[in-house]
Structure formats: C-alpha cells, structure tokens
Design a protein around this ligand. Structure first.
Ligand SMILES: [Ca+2]
Length: 367
C-alpha cells in the first residue's frame, strides 16, 4: 500500500504570479478544462495539423450549429467574423509553470489584503448574501471566498471573447471535441439572450464571468436571482452569488456540516495511517490523493488531533485526511464539493481557509 501523498506541488503560471490575480484566474473554473492556478504540470500533446483551413472549418461549424437548432441570427452574428486568437493556443500549449509548495501558494493567495477585502465585501453585500445563503443552504463565507478567488471579488473575470477563444480551441486538435461542445453551449447561451456577444467574455479557456463557469456549467447551474430574465454572471452580484451557491447546492453541499478542520498528526503516524487507510484511487486527481473516509473516532484512535482550538466534533460524520505541505486537514463531504468546483487541493483549501475568516452574513437589522 502506498503511503498517503505527503506533498502536494502546486503549479502556478508565472505570469499569474507576477500579476497577483488575473492570469492565475484566467483558467480556473468549474468544469474548466484547465485546472488553472492549481493545475499539476500537464504533458503537452503535440497536435496534428487541422484537417481543414480555418475558413472552411468555420463554414462547416456554422452548418453544424444550425443543425443543432441554434438560430440563424445567432450563428450569423457570432460565427461570421470569428478569428483565431493565437495566444489562446499558445497558452494551451505552453502553460508556463513553476511549482510552489502548497504552503507558499496559500500564503500568496490568502494575504492580509485578500482577507480584509473578503470581509469588506461580505459586509457590503450582507443583505443579499444572507438571502442567498438561506435559500440555497450554502454559507455566505464560502460564496464570497469562491467569488474572491475566481474573480478577485468581481474585479477581473477575463477579457477574452468566449466564442473566439472556444473556436480557436475547437479548431486546434488537442481537445477539439470538448471545446466544440462548449462552443455550441456558448451559442445556446447567446440564443437565450442571457448576454450579448460583446459582453460574453472570460478566460482564454472559455470559463466565463465572475464564477468562471464553462458554458456547460452555465447552462446547468447559472441563476437569475434578481429575476430580470437574464442570468448575468458577468455583472449582476445577485446572479453571480446565486449561481455559485446553486453550483455547490447541486453538487451536494450539506448545510451545517462545515468543510473540515486543521489537524496535527502524532510523530510516526504516517506509516500507521497508510497501513490503515488507502488513498481513494478514483475520481479526479485531487480526490484520488485523499484517504478513504473514516469516522472521527477512528481518526482519534490513530492519534489525529485538532491543530488548535475547537475539538473534533463528536458526530457520526466521516472524514478524509488531506496532507498539504506542512499542514494536515481532516475534511468532510463538503470539501469534496469544493473540489468539484475546481479539482485541486490548493484551490479547495484556499476557499475553505478564506471562508473561515469571513463572518456569516446577516441581514441588516431593521429599526
Ligand atoms: Ca438576472
């Protein structure tokens, strides 16, 4: 049996590091084909040459879109003058990366300024967040933390035109089928009138708006919370927060359970734990690295104790161990929901640890 993964290496794009937020965020998002900021270095597959010249390929795409029921108006508007964006393919191929330890990564992403901005934003939107949190049964702190990490609290959600980015990646051979599907999904969104072509922007890899939803996630999980008929994840806070909350709710967030706790392990615990519990072995990479779930009583028997403060809850919840750099965590099922937003421990822990520092939103008191 292999010991639990002892060290998680986090790859960060160099440009993203330099810019602080924006480029890191560029590729992060639920369902995003790039795990973005937290992606493990990825093998680059040399693509074959596209079989058709781009204009002919585009003509065929227009035909296919019409056959899929997308309106002639949308096809004409969105697919007439599309040009490839060379930098998109470049980003997809080269993904300049360097590795940071998870400790370094968390330190960078959870600086004092981020925490204070998160608290300020939670206060500013308290009334709305309280309402959404109650309706979807997702903590407001988690919503704010995801929003903050995905778009720097709404300040940056990507400048790439989504249709052109997806067309570029669909024409490229590396993952053509997946991006072609997402392109059709993006056209469906335009067809519904949720957003104008000019405002449909996001990351180079197609993740859109402040929650950084891929078009397929948008179609499934975006919400029109302010009921103006448009699911505006680009500029309407009510829709942005409710869409994030809905994504988590639909992926099984359980109210009142929290995400997990920082723990400390006794000396020499690794061998004992590795012998007792295997890594999960299935799911996305970050999930595979987690231990099997076990009862808190079992963890207690293995010598695992809370790192500080609150004791482990006395309940029948099960937890998995996540080893992250110098730190260890026992995580509950809700942590797995965060991994579904973006399957990387660096991301899920950043969200969880930021959320822990944001007081729950309460509606303002009425006089
Ligand atoms: Ca709306």
């Amino acid at each position: 049996m292999r010991p639990l993964p002892l060290r998680l290496i986090v790859a960060l794009q160099i440009a993203g590091m330099a810019a602080g937020w924006p480029v890191v965020l560029d590729a992060v998002g639920p369902g995003s084909p790039q795990a973005g900021a937290a992606a493990a270095p990825q093998a680059v597959v040399a693509p074959g040459a596209p079989s058709l010249p781009f204009p002919e390929w585009l003509a065929q795409l227009r035909k296919d879109a019409l056959e899929k029921g997308i309106s002639a108006q949308t096809v004409g508007l969105a697919l007439s003058d599309v040009e490839q964006i060379p930098v998109v393919v470049q980003r997809d191929r080269t993904q300049a990366e360097r590795t940071l330890s998870l400790d370094q990564y968390l330190k960078r992403r959870l600086g004092r300024k981020t925490v204070s901005t998160a608290r300020e934003m939670a206060k500013r939107h308290a009334s709305l967040l309280a309402k959404i949190s109650a309706q979807y049964n997702v903590p407001s702190g988690i919503i704010v933390a995801i929003w903050g990490l995905e778009s720097n609290f709404g300040r940056f959600s990507g400048v790439r035109p989504t249709i052109a980015s997806l067309a570029t990646l669909a024409y490229d051979n590396r993952r053509a089928a997946m991006f072609r599907d997402e392109l059709f999904n993006a056209l469906r969104i335009l067809d519904r009138g949720d957003i104008d072509l000019a405002r449909m922007k996001g990351s180079w890899a197609g993740a859109m708006g402040q929650p950084q939803f891929m078009p397929s996630s948008y179609l499934e999980f975006a919400e029109d919370f302010d009921r103006d008929g448009k699911r505006d994840i680009w500029g309407t806070p009510a829709d942005v927060f409710a869409s994030i909350a809905n994504y988590l709710k639909q992926h099984g967030w359980t109210a009142g359970r929290g995400w997990g706790r920082a723990v400390k392990l006794p000396k020499g615990a690794d061998g004992k734990i590795a012998a007792a519990l295997s890594p999960r072995g299935a799911g996305c990479e970050a999930v595979r690295q987690m231990s099997e779930a076990a009862s808190l009583a079992r963890w207690h028997a293995l010598g695992v104790r809370p790192a500080a403060g609150r004791p482990l809850p006395k309940s029948d919840v099960t937890a998995s161990l996540v080893r992250a750099g110098s730190r260890s965590f026992l995580v509950f099922d809700n942590y797995g929901v965060l991994l579904q937003y973006n399957c990387a421990h660096a991301y899920a822990l950043a969200v969880a640890l930021l959320a822990d520092q944001i007081p729950a939103a309460r509606p303002p008191k009425k006089d």
